[in-house]
Design a protein. Structure first.
Length: 206
């Protein structure tokens, strides 16, 4: 900082050596992270500070914990943080749309279904294509599966089995994908002033 030197050539130089061990430095906002070249995690763009109701600080913390625990081999912990990440996003979205805090009883699937209805993402809608309905249904199935996976494999409970790396990465990447999708839909609907009864048929999920 405060020099004429550029960081990009340094990163390029270090990556020339890191690649032999299967790693690389990648830019993440204002910082750089080390990731596996052939095992990269999904990147989730953290909401801006202006959307403070979404709990952007907590979300950013959970993202960092997910990635770090995968890197350190703490796969139980990664699954726990994957759920915490998704919970934070869904609770924040529900609060933003409703304009008030809604009590959360720990039932992740029930929470997700409430957010589905608020954002018009219910796969039961009659005005969406079969393909889109299948995608939305799979998202619901994942949220249900994440809750079960956390119960048997995370460090939040007495685990009956220990997760492997690929299982933990699946939980983390899928959580980030669902969270990113929900946030994008919220922002799109908010910007278009479409969170009303007059929302166009496909606009909620397009």
């Amino acid at each position: 900082m405060e020099t004429k030197f550029s960081i990009e050539p340094v990163v390029e130089y270090l990556n020339g050596y890191l690649k032999y061990d299967g790693y690389e430095l990648v830019r993440h906002g204002e910082t750089y992270r080390v990731r596996e070249i052939h095992g990269a995690l999904v990147e989730l763009e953290v909401p801006s500070q202006e959307t403070g109701e979404i709990g952007y600080v907590f979300i950013d913390e959970q993202i960092k914990k997910c990635d770090l625990k995968i890197f350190e081999g703490d796969y139980d912990g990664a699954i726990t943080n994957a759920r915490s990440l998704l919970e934070a996003v869904l609770v924040g979205v529900e609060e933003k749309v409703n304009g008030e805090m809604v009590p959360y009883d720990g039932d992740l699937l029930k929470l997700y279904r409430r957010v589905q209805r608020l954002l018009k993402l219910d796969p039961g809608r009659k005005d969406i294509s079969d393909t889109l309905r299948q995608v939305l249904s799979r998202l619901t199935s994942f949220v249900s599966g994440l809750a079960g996976l956390r119960n048997i494999m995370s460090d939040a409970h007495a685990s009956t089995s220990r997760p492997s790396k690929h299982q933990a990465k699946l939980a983390v990447n899928a959580s980030k994908t669902v969270a990113d999708f929900v946030l994008e839909v919220l922002m799109r609907q908010t910007n278009s002033e479409n969170i009303t009864e007059e929302t166009a048929p496909e606009s909620g999920v397009g």
